[in-house]
Each structure stands twice: as structure tokens, then as C-alpha cells.
Design a binder for this molecule. Structure first.
Ligand code: FPP
Length: 250
């Protein structure tokens, strides 16, 4: 493995025990800007730059799935100017990042309610998904207008319809059936969830999928998050013993 996996003088990452799926709640852009007397959008803009770097780093390390919570269903309730700024940044990010995604062979997928977005953005999201759909080196998932509860409701509705039509007996309901109606059924559960900015909440992210996820909280605000801190979170993850509710005897 390349030297890029080492972290300062600390132990380096074990390439054989990488989390398959890392999910990140990128929090603290607003506070970062406020502390500097700058408009919130400046924090978001810097947040996009950090996201860009972390995507590249994750690809370099060999993470198979990286999910970034970029826009929640609840974020629509922010002041209109902030929503418009976030949509504009998202559009800029997708447009400017597409060549990199292609160059690095990264597949892009969105999870969330596509129909909530204006048509031009919907088309752009679908285009980036389409043009990167064959890549297998890493999957970058952006959670956009995403809500964990909405995802569960979506599945419950589909299942209720199957039962109503007599196509599914309640006793035959499985974990697989529930996931089948999620936004991205093949997405494995996150092994590691990182949340920045010192908040210790899940905030309606991946509610079903986080059952056995390792949680990593840092007080660093997202615009100050670095590749080194990303490595630190991965190393911290590798030092944990995952038991999935079982007992391991030595
Ligand atoms: C939290 O900061 C961040 C968001 C609501 C959105 C995250 C969005 C980005 C990092 C930019 C978009 C990213 C991509 C990849 C297009 P906050 O505003 O909640 O911060 P605060 O809690 O300090 O107010």
C-alpha cells in the first residue's frame, strides 16, 4: 500500500480492514462563517471544497462507498436565499466535478427525493449518474433532499400495496424486502458515520441502516475538516471491535 495511507507519525491505516461504506454529516458551515463575520454561503462554499478533497482522498484510500449528507429534506425550510445558494453550489459542484469523477472512475448516485429539485438540476443529477454508471472504483453517494424517515415511509407504502394486492404475505416480509424499496437498495449499511461540528445527533440520516454503524464525532467544523482528520477517523474505526450484538471469546 502507498505511503499516502500513513498519518503523521501515528500508525497507518490497515488496507485490509477498511470500512466499506463511510457516511458523513458535514455540519458546521454556518458557524464557521459566522465566527469570521462572513455570510453563511462562504462557509458552504468552503464546505464544498472540503467535500471535493475528501472524495478524492476516499478514492485514493480505497473506500468502496462514500455517502455525503449534502441537503436534507428539512433544509428546504431554511431561508430562501440560503436554499438557492445551496442549490447553486450543488449545481456548480456537479458540473465541475464530473470530469474528475470520470477521470477517477467514480460512480455517482443520488439518494433522496429527486422530484423536489428544479428540472435543470434534476437533469444534471441524472446526467452525472448516467455518465458515471459504469465505474466501479468507488461509489460517491450524495444524499439530497434526503430523510431517513421518508425513505422508510417510501418502503412501507410499497410493501403495504403489495400486501393489499395479495402479492406479499405479512409473514414473508424480510429485511431484503424493506431495503428493496429504499433509494439505493444495493448500498451496504455504513460501517462508519462521521459527524463534524460537535453535534451528537443522527438528524434523520440513514435511520434503518445505522443499526450497527460505528459513530465518530469531532468538534471540527466541516470547513476545517482535513484529509488527515479523515484518516484519523478511519484509524479510530480500525481500533474498534465490532460485535454486532454478539460476544467474541478469545
Ligand atoms: C451544514 O452546515 C451543512 C449543510 C446544511 C449542507 C452541507 C453542504 C455542503 C457542505 C455543501 C454542498 C456539498 C456538496 C458536495 C455539493 P450548517 O449550515 O448546518 O452549519 P451550522 O450548523 O453551523 O449552521
Amino acid at each position: 500500500m502507498s505511503l499516502s495511507l500513513s498519518f503523521g507519525s501515528s500508525p497507518s491505516l490497515d488496507p485490509y480492514r477498511l470500512p466499506r461504506h463511510v457516511a458523513i454529516i458535514m455540519d458546521g458551515n454556518g458557524r464557521w462563517a459566522k465566527r469570521r463575520g462572513l455570510p453563511r454561503v462562504v462557509g458552504h462554499r468552503r464546505g464544498v471544497e472540503v467535500a471535493r478533497k475528501i472524495v478524492i482522498k476516499a478514492r485514493e484510500i480505497g473506500i468502496a462507498y462514500l455517502t455525503l449528507f449534502a441537503f436534507s429534506k428539512e433544509n428546504w425550510q431554511r431561508p430562501q436565499t440560503e436554499v438557492l445558494n445551496l442549490l447553486k453550489l450543488l449545481e456548480e459542484y456537479l458540473k465541475s466535478e464530473l470530469p474528475t469523477l470520470i477521470d477517477k472512475e467514480i460512480r455517482f448516485k443520488m439518494i433522496g427525493d429527486l422530484e423536489d429539485f428544479p428540472e435543470s438540476l434534476r437533469e444534471l443529477i441524472l446526467r452525472v449518474e448516467r455518465e458515471t454508471s459504469a465505474f466501479t472504483k468507488m461509489t460517491l453517494v450524495l444524499a439530497l433532499s434526503y430523510s431517513g424517515r421518508a425513505e422508510i415511509f417510501k418502503s412501507l407504502r410499497a410493501i403495504a400495496e403489495l400486501v393489499q394486492k395479495g402479492l406479499l404475505a405479512p409473514q414473508d416480509l424480510t429485511d431484503e424486502t424493506i431495503r428493496k424499496y429504499f433509494y439505493f437498495p444495493e448500498l451496504p449499511d455504513p460501517d462508519l458515520l462521521i459527524r463534524t461540528s460537535g453535534e451528537h445527533r443522527i438528524s434523520n440520516f440513514f435511520l434503518y441502516q445505522l443499526a450497527y454503524t460505528e459513530l465518530y464525532f469531532t468538534s471540527t467544523l466541516w470547513p476545517d475538516f482535513t484529509e488527515d482528520e479523515f484518516l484519523k477517523a478511519l484509524i479510530d474505526y480500525q481500533n474498534r471491535e465490532r460485535r454486532f450484538g454478539k460476544i467474541y471469546e478469545f
